[in-house]
Design a protein around this ligand. Structure first.
Ligand code: PMM
Length: 271
């Protein structure tokens, strides 16, 4: 899944694709590089970000989704708002990526249920301006798994078909670096819930800190692409269904390596 943030203020690429024409070209380039899905978002979710209005979010994403969909690109809309999801689906989006897992807008699961499109339910504890203070866990893997299981029960009760549910541990969302690493190294626990998993590690702060200079200066976001690729290979080998990334080609290659790795190991184990 290649990311196109049509925002002036996202984490690592804020402002790069704010112009719709540039965003559309970028999406098409990511498809050429091997993306199977393009995730179009119009609201930054970086820690501390303030919300944009519904009208502004819709104005940002709609033309980009429409143009990419017309080119036959499978498009996902990254939104927490049911009304944005609804108009995105009308414009041709085929997947809804809701970082709040239906908590920010209680109407969202019903919109998804009516459209019968895949629905990414991410683990989330609150909006950007509060999320860091909510990063408190006794056992992050168990708590994230249990909170996701509750979200799944709730969206299924609203009519979302089980085959449409995709889960995401929400790296960086109310999570400090040790939380992210614990989740990444225990994907098997999350897979036990029985749904495909999507992982969004690309250019996140825990990588900028892992790769910090000796004086503690975090690595730049763009300087984390090689580390993202390493996480992709490990997550794909651990059974992730999809990775959400800014730079597609090296991550698409990493997924292919992981697939060959898993298949060769399976073949050998079976004798
Ligand atoms: N992260 C961001 C935005 N949307 N969606 C999903 N499903 N998972 C994520 O981890 C995720 C997301 C924030 O990252 P960005 O601002 O660099 O796009």
């Amino acid at each position: 899944m290649g990311v196109v943030n049509v925002t002036p203020d996202s984490f690592s690429d804020g402002g790069n694709w704010f112009d719709p024409e540039v965003a559309i070209d970028h999406g098409l380039r990511l498809v050429e590089e091997g993306a199977d899905i393009i995730d179009v978002g119009g609201e930054s979710t970086r820690p501390g970000a303030q919300r944009v209005s519904l009208e502004e979010e819709r104005r940002r994403v709609e033309p980009v989704i429409k143009a990419l969909a017309q080119e036959g690109v499978p498009v996902s809309v990254d939104t927490m708002r049911a009304e944005v999801a609804e108009s995105a689906i009308e414009a041709g989006a085929r997947l809804v990526n809701d970082v709040s897992g239906g908590l920010a807008d209680p109407v969202m699961p019903r919109v998804v249920a009516a459209a019968r499109v895949p629905y990414v339910v991410m683990h989330w504890r609150g909006h950007s301006h509060t999320m860091d203070t909510r990063a408190v866990y006794a056992d992050v893997v168990t708590e994230v798994r249990d909170e996701l299981a509750k979200r799944v029960d709730s969206v299924l009760a609203e009519g979302v078909p089980p085959e449409c549910v995709v889960l995401d541990p929400g790296l960086g969302f109310s999570k400090h670096p040790p939380h992210n690493w614990a989740l990444l190294t225990h994907l098997g626990s999350l897979r036990e819930l029985g749904y495909p998993l999507i992982i969004g590690a690309s250019r996140k702060r825990f990588l900028t800190r892992l790769l910090a200079a000796p004086d503690g200066t975090p690595r730049s976001f763009g300087g984390c692409d090689d580390a993202t690729q390493a996480v992709t290979a490990l997550a794909a080998a651990a059974g992730a269904w999809c990775v959400r990334v800014h730079k597609v080609r090296p991550n698409a290659d990493a997924v292919r390596v992981a697939a060959a790795w898993s298949s060769a190991r399976g073949g050998y184990d079976r004798g």
